[in-house]
Design a protein around this ligand. Structure first.
Ligand code: ZN
Length: 501
């Protein structure tokens, strides 16, 4: 077993460098003055080069070979076998991409980001189109180096959701699309005033929002001794090891949900990170995938934070914190307001029902762009047509349409589906946790007791880290594969009640 320990020790060094890079990234988005941008970019590029070289270098190869030989006699479910499997995957993926391609991708995306921001500000697709052409070209090359069985998107998806294929994602979307579109139409038929969302946009003092939000996330189990919350332009969660998992949020004094549900969402990510290393301190102690990560944030944000039992517990304290805004608003009015469904142009503002349609649209766009079936020049028109088909809306310009997301400019193609995978899994996990508690989850949440749910997640998801592929983890935790049926039933149930249909 010495070879296994030696491999872990070597990887711990690489991981320490990656965590140091994460500290720099966190600082860049929270406290760094604008003048730090150039030297910070140089620091992060230097670190990422060292990390890539160490990860793909001869020492990793040698130690991995030795560890594989040592683990050979162990069963496939053993920790040693899982460790070498995961490290082999990481090593091969990193080694398959030629250094010059990685460097070119880094160079092009760094420039593309500025051109995307500029194009979005001017709502001018033509300014971004040549950059997307280049990114697609480099992405196709990367997919070919990584390897695939004819579907390049498989290789990209596999980087974010190991073991999941394009065909599987397509089948999930096919399954949820008809019911989702039908539900959106049923809700739309109620008229825009069926649910009054005005309580959300009254005046909410920022400091009081911060205090209330911290009370909530502490109650959920976020450990401030092993984390902190700061302000940033975009909310995110970052980990420097399970003893230091940080989240950020942003406030709008005239729109409470942004900070509150943003904090709960990031707390879901953070609870996962804070729970990861309990069993495996080493290379297996990372997140299973982006989809599993998102299942955690969505579970806490939507299934807990936007549920009736949650507000049975938290509405009185919320009203007490904001008597002017909510003194005359009932708990039921509040619950319905935070669950209002309204087709919108912008993904990040989407409600639970329409959210996956935004992802479906992007998945269809990405696969068509990558294969070349959709020329970049025609992309805005294709986007707008889909918006019309799925939402009945036409973007007034490309800034509110195809230019809204940062992902493609950063070279993140194949990433979007993980949001929907997370949504689907979140419901399956919640249901299983409820079943295992004898159907007691709602009562526990209504009593402000979130510990049983958190410990179920620790036990069934968090502690396993990367030991299992996401689809195997889902089977182990929920008794079956990823299944859209419980998710659709949940939407029908919840929004049928919110809209009384
Ligand atoms: Zn998230």
């Amino acid at each position: 077993m010495n070879e296994i320990i030696a491999l872990e020790a070597h990887l711990a060094d690489i991981r320490a460098l990656a965590e140091a890079a994460a500290v720099l990234g966190w600082d860049q988005q929270t406290y760094m003055p604008p003048g730090g941008a150039d030297s910070r970019a140089a620091q992060m590029a230097a670190l990422s080069t060292v990390i890539h070289e160490k990860m793909t270098g001869p020492e990793t190869a040698r130690r991995l070979d030795a560890a594989e030989a040592a683990a050979r006699g162990d069963g496939p479910d053993s920790d040693a076998a899982a460790l070498v499997r995961v490290v082999r995957r990481d090593f091969d993926q990193a080694a398959k991409l030629p250094g010059n391609l990685v460097a070119e991708m880094a160079r092009v995306t760094a420039l593309a980001h500025a051109h995307w921001a500029d194009a979005r500000a001017a709502s001018d697709w033509v300014r971004f189109a040549p950059w997307l052409e280049q990114i697609l070209d480099l992405t196709r090359q990367a997919a070919d180096h990584l390897g695939h069985g004819g579907e390049r998107y498989d290789a990209l998806l596999d980087q974010y959701e190991p073991g999941t294929t394009t065909a599987e994602v397509r089948a999930l979307f096919e399954a949820i699309k008809p019911d989702t579109v039908a539900l959106v139409q049923k809700i739309a038929a109620q008229g825009p005033d069926a649910v009054d969302a005005s309580p959300l946009s009254r005046f909410y003092d920022e400091d009081k929002q911060k205090a209330f939000g911290e009370t909530v996330i502490k109650a959920l189990g976020y450990d401030f001794n092993r984390g902190r919350q700061d302000r940033a332009l975009h909310p995110f969660c970052t980990s420097f090891g399970s003893g230091d998992v940080r989240i950020t949020t942003r406030f709008d004094p005239h729109f409470l949900p942004m900070a509150l549900f943003g904090s709960i969402h990031e707390t879901g990510h953070a609870l996962y990170e804070q729970g990861l290393n309990s069993r495996y301190p080493g290379a297996l102690g990372g997140a299973a995938s982006l989809g599993v990560h998102e299942s955690q944030s969505r579970l806490w944000e939507n299934l807990v934070g936007r549920s009736r039992p949650f507000w049975n517990h938290f509405y009185a304290p919320l009203q007490a914190a904001f008597p002017d805004a909510l003194g005359g608003t009932s708990e039921d009015q509040w619950y319905r307001a935070i669950n209002r469904v309204a087709p919108s142009l912008i993904r990040v503002e989407a409600d639970e029902v329409t959210y996956n349609l935004h992802i479906l649209l992007r998945f269809e766009m990405e696969t068509a762009l990558l294969s070349g079936a959709l020329p970049v020049a025609d992309a805005p028109e294709a986007w707008n047509k889909k918006m019309e088909d799925y939402f009945g809306l036409t973007p007034p310009d490309d800034a509110a349409g195809i230019l809204q997301d940062v992902h493609w400019s950063a070279g993140l193609i194949g990433y979007f589906p993980t949001y929907t995978l997370g949504n689907i899994l979140s419901v399956q996990l919640y249901r299983q946790a409820d079943k295992d508690s004898g159907g007691g989850l709602a009562a526990q949440i209504a009593a402000g007791d979130f510990a049983p749910l958190l410990s179920w997640l620790r036990e069934n998801v968090h502690q396993w880290g990367r030991k299992f592929l996401p689809k195997d983890l889902a089977v182990r935790a929920t008794g079956g594969p990823l299944d859209p049926a419980p998710y659709l039933a949940y939407l029908q149930d919840k929004f049928g009640s919110v809209y009384r249909i």
